[in-house]
Design a binder for this molecule. Structure first.
Ligand SMILES: Nc1nc2c(ncn2[C@@H]2O[C@H](COP(=O)(O)OP(=O)(O)OP(=O)(O)O)[C@@H](O)[C@H]2O)c(=O)[nH]1
Length: 205
């Protein structure tokens, strides 16, 4: 069975817990504890494959705080970065978080910067007080090669379910790709080693 680990990142009040709880339970619950790190677990079946999903929902990350990112960045196979369409600061913060993910992955994960990420513009139901256009969200996502979607955790389950499903598929493909690359380079270096040992001997016979 596959283990898929996701981390939810974004400003305080962006709706991270609401988005996640909507996906996991199909329900919208108005208020959540916000001063603790939480780890959610669920067994899922996607495309006929069973998997254990773990989602880390840490305390909020504000623009200045960098260290909170370090743990989830190393741990996670994929990220959900949430902002609120009616709060420009949360969008700027999401921009900063995407940048930090890239930088941290470059430093710690041997240049594996193509980690699957989805950028979520939440609270679409508040579009009367919108401060971030859909176009801005889309172009930020394009810049960071992320999946993008505006959603409303309050009003819609399907968009959120589709988004998580896409991200999880992407994570599984990415993991498979990395595994195959490692296996290929492992067998290449094994072949090189065998060649070095036996090839040389054969030459000297
Ligand atoms: N109108 C509207 N309100 C939402 C939506 N999603 C979340 N909220 C509200 O926004 C507030 C913050 O939601 P949370 O899910 O706690 O946000 P969070 O990002 O987890 O916040 P922290 O835990 O403080 O980091 C709550 O009052 C939610 O009810 C949404 O789609 N629409």
């Amino acid at each position: 069975m596959n283990d898929v680990k996701l981390a939810l990142l974004g400003s305080e009040g962006a709706g991270k817990s609401a988005v996640l709880v909507r996906f996991l339970t199909k329900r919208f619950i108005g208020e959540y504890a916000s001063n603790t790190n939480s780890l959610y677990q669920k067994r899922l079946s996607i495309d006929g494959r069973q998997l254990n999903l773990e989602v880390f929902d840490p305390c909020s990350q504000n623009v200045e705080s960098r260290c909170i990112l370090e743990e989830p960045v190393d741990w996670a196979d994929g990220f959900v970065v949430v902002y609120t369409i009616s709060d420009r600061m949360s969008f700027l913060n999401a921009q900063n978080i995407l940048q930090q993910i890239r930088e941290s992955r470059r430093e710690t994960c041997k240049g594996d910067m193509d980690v699957p990420i989805c950028l979520v513009g939440n609270k679409q139901d508040l579009c009367h007080s919108r401060q971030v256009s859909e176009e801005e969200g889309r172009s930020l996502a394009l810049e960071h090669k992320c999946v993008f979607q505006e959603v409303s955790a309050a009003e819609n389950y399907l968009d959120i379910a589709n988004l998580f499903t896409r991200l999880i598929r992407h994570v599984m493909e990415h993991m498979k790709h990395r595994f195959e690359r490692r296996r290929y380079s492992g067998s290449k270096s094994m072949a090189k080693l065998i060649n070095n040992v036996f090839g040389k001997r054969r030459k000297s016979v």
